[in-house]
Design a protein around this ligand. Sequence first.
Ligand code: AKB
Length: 326
Amino acid sequence: MKILILGGAGMIGQKLLSLILQKKEIKSKKVSEITLFDIINAPYPENSSIPIITKSGDISDPKVSNDLILSKPDIIFHLAAIVSGQAEQEFDLGWNINTRGSWGLFEAIRSQGDSYCPRVVFTSSIAVFGDKAPLTKTPQSAFLNPSTVYGISKAAGENWAQYYFTKYGLDIRSIRYPGIIGYQSMPGGGTTDYAVDIYHSAVKNEVFSCFLDSETKLPMMFMNDAVRSTIELMKSPIENINTRTSYNLAGMSFSPNEIYKEIKKSYPSFRIEYKIDFRQTIADKWPKSIDDNEARNDWGWKPKYNLTSMTFIMLEKLKEIYNKTD
Ligand code: AKB
């Protein structure tokens, strides 16, 4: 079983890698090789018992996606993306990597012919929703009018995924990630990423400067749930997959003030200040909470972590990372 992880150097890609290395199998088949692809060469444990290949380059270059497919990976996790904040400031990079990159991957798979049928998980985002969708319990089928380059590129990617399934039978499955929060590595330029940085500030006894308003509620998910959802979607029998654009996925929803108060239970002297930036405009048009009934009904999705349980683990793990004993 060969696995390809695009975005292998990223926060989610690194967690997915560690989970696969821990299990050593996927879909109850032995993993024989893992290829990690990203803009930079991805780190990986030198002592891995599974051969790991690292490749780097620009996924929007068709030659790159064709090269990645040459070894015919059986499972492809396509996590590579330029997220909201960075894509808003670097339009062309966001569009090229997110949309041309996704289309190029799907086209590279198709060009291998009918005999090559990998299972692909393509990650989309809550960013595909805009102010025409209900902001609370945003439904799966809400009208998409994304207000950001990132959201536009992800909505395009969802429709390319559905097109390649409908026209060529490519088994591409997709989930709309909320903000993902983990401790293993730092995030890169997302509107929800304040919710990762705040934990680091608390453990380092620093005042946290938040770029969103204190009451801005957004959908979020602990990394362990996010990676589990990705693997569960990949493993689901094809007959259970009824949505071929992308599934809504929910974990929890909270505002900066709510996560701040949860952290203060462990760090009473922790302080926050607010310095609102351009990402507030992005967050204002994103859902506050998500209805993920289709994912629950079709492939049994159910989150396991809430703000309290996530905060306990985040603070404990970051204390270890920063060697803090207090
Ligand atoms: C972002 O904030 O841009 C991402 C996302 C919600 O997809 N974390």
